[in-house]
Design a protein around this ligand. Structure first.
Ligand SMILES: [Zn+2]
Length: 419
């Protein structure tokens, strides 16, 4: 058994504990409490909290970091990304693999312990396993004009099974890309696949750009031009004439096992629908601004009772994979949402949405001891507010769950030994 003591412990499922301790046994949390604990390793002025959850990123796009500058219009950004992706032909090019590996390490160094990783290939699955980074990998399908949706899904399932299927900590499931790039038939086939795999969860980009709203409402605008340019437009597709959220809800695709990524364009009706369906919105505010779709209505998400998680999106649209940076952006956009709720979104809500609620996301007995210690200045009274104001990787240490960890003598002091 190892005991760690710190100025603050944030269990997430309970308010922060001043002068708290956490006990770890064989990699799992064995207890949490407050007060003196003889024999505990004192980590000093730090906050111990569960590792953060990045509920939406695309590690396979890490090699495009800085490749496309911020855009004023989403279609300009997407066009530039599509062109950049065509320049690297092989999906397992060493450039892609190296950047993805570095992305995983960058995420870990900034305190992330679980990722929702969306990709059009499965190249990140062995990388995540090798790096021991727990993940839900979403194998993402596109197909606006598909003859045989069920066949496409079956084929994708085959690819998933050949990657070694579902390992303990890296679990793969299927996901549609977005309402403007996936046919109604393919949405239905993916929903059937989800219903047939009870342990899976799925994800979809939803309500990201104003162009998506126009296209789903009237079938016109920039997306229509893109689909025509790609040669996949079909007159068989009828504009649903509703919002993107309403469209996917009517198709029966959305429920509590689906993550709706972005939701920037959601109105009050959309949000009550998402809340009623139990769908988690994954907000990526830094990416939203970068790609020119505007700011997400984060205060409205919380005010309407929608479950919120956070993600960084890919390094093609954000400067780093630091979830504390994402939290700081959310805090700026939503000053009336409590820091506690924001932190819960970046931990427990993300873990649950990804299907890892039993193992990660809070400090509770039996959960995996995926814990970080964040250095907090002595003068800080409101530790939750401090943690959503931006934290650099240099201030973050992972707690060793296997052997006692001697704290850094510069900022902390040692007052005991382990049992
Ligand atoms: Zn995305």
């Amino acid at each position: 058994m190892i005991w760690y003591r710190a100025s603050w412990v944030l269990p997430i499922e309970a308010p922060p504990i001043r002068d708290g301790w956490v006990a770890i046994e064989r990699g799992r949390i064995a207890g949490v409490g407050s007060g003196k604990r003889p024999g505990a390793i004192d980590l000093g002025h730090v906050a111990i909290l569960p590792a953060l959850v990045n509920a939406h990123t695309h590690l396979e796009l890490s090699y495009l970091r800085g490749a496309v500058p911020p855009a004023a219009r989403f279609l300009d950004w997407i066009g530039a990304i599509m062109a950049a992706r065509r320049r690297v032909r092989d999906t397992d090019d060493p450039v892609i693999l190296q950047a993805a590996r570095a992305g995983i390490e960058e995420a870990r160094a900034s305190g992330t312990g679980l990722v929702g990783d969306t990709g059009n290939t499965l190249v990140t699955v062995p990388l995540l396993r090798d790096a021991a980074m727990p993940a839900r990998v979403f194998y993402e399908l596109l197909g606006f004009n598909t003859d045989d949706p069920a066949g496409r899904v079956l084929e994708a399932r085959g690819h998933v099974d050949r990657t070694g299927g579902t390992g303990a900590d890296v679990r793969v499931s299927l996901a549609p890309h977005a309402p403007y790039s996936v046919s109604p038939g393919l949405f239905s086939a993916l929903r059937e696949d989800l219903d047939a795999h009870r342990g899976d969860v799925s994800s979809v980009h939803l309500g990201e750009s104003p162009e998506e709203v126009e296209f789903i409402d009237r079938g016109t605008g920039g997306w229509r031009d893109v689909l025509t340019g790609l040669g996949v437009w079909t007159d068989a597709w009828q504009a649903p004439g509703v919002s993107p959220v309403r469209y996917l809800a009517d198709l029966g695709f959305l429920d509590s096992r689906v993550l709706a990524v972005h939701g920037v364009q959601c109105d009050g009706d959309d949000l009550s629908r998402l809340r009623a369906l139990g769908t988690t919105v994954v907000s990526c505010p830094r990416s939203n601004r970068y790609v020119g779709v505007g700011d997400p209505p984060i205060e409205a998400f919380y005010a309407m009772g929608v479950t919120v998680a956070f993600g960084t999106d890919s390094l093609a649209s954000v400067q780093d994979l630091n979830m504390f940076g994402e939290l700081a952006a959310a805090r700026r956009l939503a000053p009336r949402v409590s820091a506690r709720h924001l932190l819960e979104s970046a931990t427990r809500c993300g873990a649950r949405a990804l299907g890892f609620g039993e193992q990660f996301g809070s400090i509770e007995e039996g959960k995996q001891a995926a814990l970080i210690a964040v250095r907090v200045p002595e003068r800080v009274d409101d530790v939750e507010e401090y943690l959503v104001s931006g934290v650099e990787p240099a201030a973050i240490t992972w707690l060793d769950a296997e052997k006692p960890q001697i704290p850094n003598p510069k900022s902390q002091h040692h007052s005991g030994t382990t049992r």
